[in-house]
Write a protein of this length. Structure first.
Length: 147
């Protein structure tokens, strides 16, 4: 069984705001903590999914199968709740596997993404909203360029 991960790409209208470099960096420790929790939740889902698949190939009984399936359902629910919790901070999850998060921002009058990759200690890059990770550009030091 493969779990298809649909990443919600919407903002709660009551919580949306643009990030500045300063506000993004201030939020980063909490965001990283939530992202790490999300990664743990995903690992639990994958582990239970593998257990369920292994049980299907062996001789299994319905009771064990149903209990394991319910544990998997619960883990998937927790995983999606973790995505929602992370995105309620205002960031957008781009990839759990690659460790990519984007913070909505503005550069002059243009909407852009401030980009964070797992392992980075601060926000150092941005990209246009229609360009992905490969189009990252270094953040300039100018306070006028980004909101």
């Amino acid at each position: 069984m493969t779990i298809m991960l649909l990443m919600p790409n919407y903002f709660n209208q009551n919580m949306f705001s643009y990030f500045t470099i300063a506000t993004a960096n201030a939020a980063l420790p909490q965001v990283i903590e939530k992202f790490k929790g999300l990664q743990k939740q995903k690992q639990e889902v994958l582990k239970l999914e593998a257990e369920l698949n292994a049980q299907m190939s062996a001789s299994f009984n319905f009771a064990d199968y149903v209990v394991l399936k319910q544990r998997l359902n619960s883990a998937v629910t927790k995983f999606y709740n973790s995505i929602e919790d992370l995105e309620n901070t205002g960031v957008v999850l781009k990839s759990v596997e690659e460790g990519l998060l984007d913070f909505p921002s503005k550069r002059f009058d243009e909407e852009v993404w401030l980009c964070w990759k797992e392992g980075e200690k601060e926000i150092k890059f941005w990209h246009e909203k229609d360009v992905g990770f490969m189009g990252r550009k270094p953040v300039s030091v100018s306070d006028e360029s980004l909101v």
